[in-house]
Design a protein around this ligand. Structure first.
Ligand SMILES: *[C@@H]1O[C@H](CO)[C@@H](O)[C@H](O)[C@H]1NC(C)=O
Ligand SMILES: *[C@@H]1O[C@H](CO)[C@@H](O)[C@H](O)[C@H]1NC(C)=O
Ligand SMILES: *[C@@H]1O[C@H](CO)[C@@H](O)[C@H](O)[C@H]1NC(C)=O
Length: 430
């Protein structure tokens, strides 16, 4: 596996077109698990170790889920008075963070931590603003491999509002991490303020594009007021899952190896959505090349949850080495609310994906026209025949991807239920 990764790295790095944060990490979107969406502040050493063990027992690690990330609320009330170094809550982490990280490493996994780019964390603990060097140094000593799904933006004291202000604030941590000489994946979160897709790719491995996700399909909430992330002045939080898909549509063009749009941590398995809605959630996070960071209780999952997060055909699209997010080809309003949209994208080895999303509350019948699917590839691609498989059905040997036959020109009369996603792999037939 390590050798394979090294080979892949050697193959992929030279073809990266755009400069990425130069730490060699997140060549494909990072995968793992984070405490926040399910446990919030109710975390301890055992919460994190139990999750790591469950990830192995449930075979999630063999699919690529490798980072175990401790989110907010690990902190003691104050930094070390003498050195200014961060200190962990001695009740929650009686053996300290280094011991926890050693155990995670002994299990063959990687360890992540959260901090905040403000004076305080969003949970009211001490943040890293103006403490970047001592924090990065301490994290490296603790054996941290990932900072953080939420290098967050609470209490930034006005050091935002222009791309330059945001860049400078987040670049300080980037430099501090680099100075430790430990490769630490840097996941930047400023909720999309000042357009991180334009300024963050040289200083971070991923950047959040919007306000925090809410475990609901499409409920509008005034605390997530923007209708687009371009020029959004107040990203907020409580953003419904389907709204984040909408937000991500225009910024896919900015992602590449080592530099990804982060659509926020997954809610699959947390109970706020139906099976079809979680399938939509997992599919779109994959095809838009978001990091896939589980946010459920992996020690206590239903068979349905496990099946969704282990669909290898969908994960393979996320991890495809072309690193090219799917694009939306059209979006049509449906009478009665919601819309239908067609997405497509290309993978390595001349393979393509086609996805259809129905956010409306009613069943729809749709013709998928290949002139739309292959608008970027041109006439030859629009007119040739494809072997098509459905990636949410299994083939005769039980693998994801049921062959549906050969199609030319279109997929006719596709029936798609409310809040469903259909996704197909298309491979030229000749
Ligand atoms: C630090 O930055 C240099 C120059 O960009 C890069 O070559 C090196 O790999 C980085 N090291 C780490 C540990 O990120
Ligand atoms: C775990 O996943 C690997 C890779 O997908 C597979 O080869 C193996 O059979 C799986 N093991 C179990 C117990 O499911
Ligand atoms: C496990 O999940 C079920 C279903 O969501 C829940 O009722 C139960 O309380 C959970 N058990 C634990 C130990 O968290």
């Amino acid at each position: 596996m390590a050798l394979l990764r090294a080979l892949l790295l050697a193959l992929v790095v030279p073809i990266v077109r755009v400069k990425a944060y130069d730490n060699g990490l997140a060549i494909t979107p990072q995968m793992g698990w984070n405490t926040w969406n399910h446990f919030g502040c109710d975390i301890s050493e055992s919460t994190i170790l139990n999750a790591a063990k469950a990830m192995i027992a449930k075979n999630l690690t063999s699919l690529g889920y490798e980072y175990v990330i401790m989110d907010d609320c690990w902190h003691a009330p104050a930094r070390d008075a003498a050195t200014g170094a961060p200190v962990a809550d001695p009740q929650k982490f009686p053996n300290g963070i280094k011991a926890l990280s050693d155990e995670i490493h002994a299990l063959g996994l990687k360890f992540g931590i959260y901090s905040d780019a403000g004076r305080y964390t969003c949970g009211g603990r001490f943040g890293s603003l103006d403490h970047e060097d001592i924090d990065a140094k301490t994290y490296a000593e603790w054996g941290v491999d990932y900072l953080t799904l939420e290098y967050d933006n609470c209490f930034n004291e006005g050091r935002a509002g222009t791309p330059k202000l945001s860049f400078d604030r987040y670049a300080k941590m980037s430099d501090a991490l680099n100075a430790t000489r430990r490769p630490i994946l840097y996941s930047l979160c400023n909720w999309g303020e000042d357009g991180p897709w334009n300024f963050a790719s040289t200083i971070a491995n991923s950047w959040r594009i919007s306000g925090d996700i809410m475990d609901t399909f499409d409920r509008f909430d005034d605390r997530c007021p923007c209708t687009s992330v371009i020029d959004c002045k107040l990203p907020g939080f409580q953003c419904a899952m389907a709204r984040i898909i909408d937000f991500a549509a225009p910024v896919g063009q900015k992602a590449h190896a080592g530099a990804w749009n982060d659509l926020d941590m997954l809610e699959v398995g947390n109970g706020g959505m139906t099976h079809d809605e979680y399938v939509t959630h997992f599919t779109f996070w994959s095809i838009l090349k978001s990091p896939l960071i589980l946010g459920n209780d992996v020690t206590n999952m239903s068979a349905d949850t496990l099946e969704i997060i282990t669909n290898k055909a969908i994960i393979d699209i996320n991890q495809d080495s072309a690193g090219s997010p799917a694009n939306r080809r059209w979006k049509r309003s449906v009478q009665g609310g919601g819309d239908l949209s067609l997405w497509s994208g290309s993978l390595v080895n001349n393979r393509f994906i086609i996805a259809l999303l129905n956010t409306s509350p009613s069943q729809q019948t749709v013709d998928v026209d290949f002139t739309d699917v292959f608008v970027d590839q041109g006439k030859v691609y629009q007119h040739q025949a494809y072997s098509i498989s459905d990636l949410w059905q299994k083939d005769a040997s039980g693998n994801w991807g049921k062959p549906l036959g050969t199609f030319q020109g279109s997929l006719k009369k596709v029936v798609i239920g409310p809040h469903q996603t259909k996704i197909w792999m298309a491979i030229p037939a000749s």
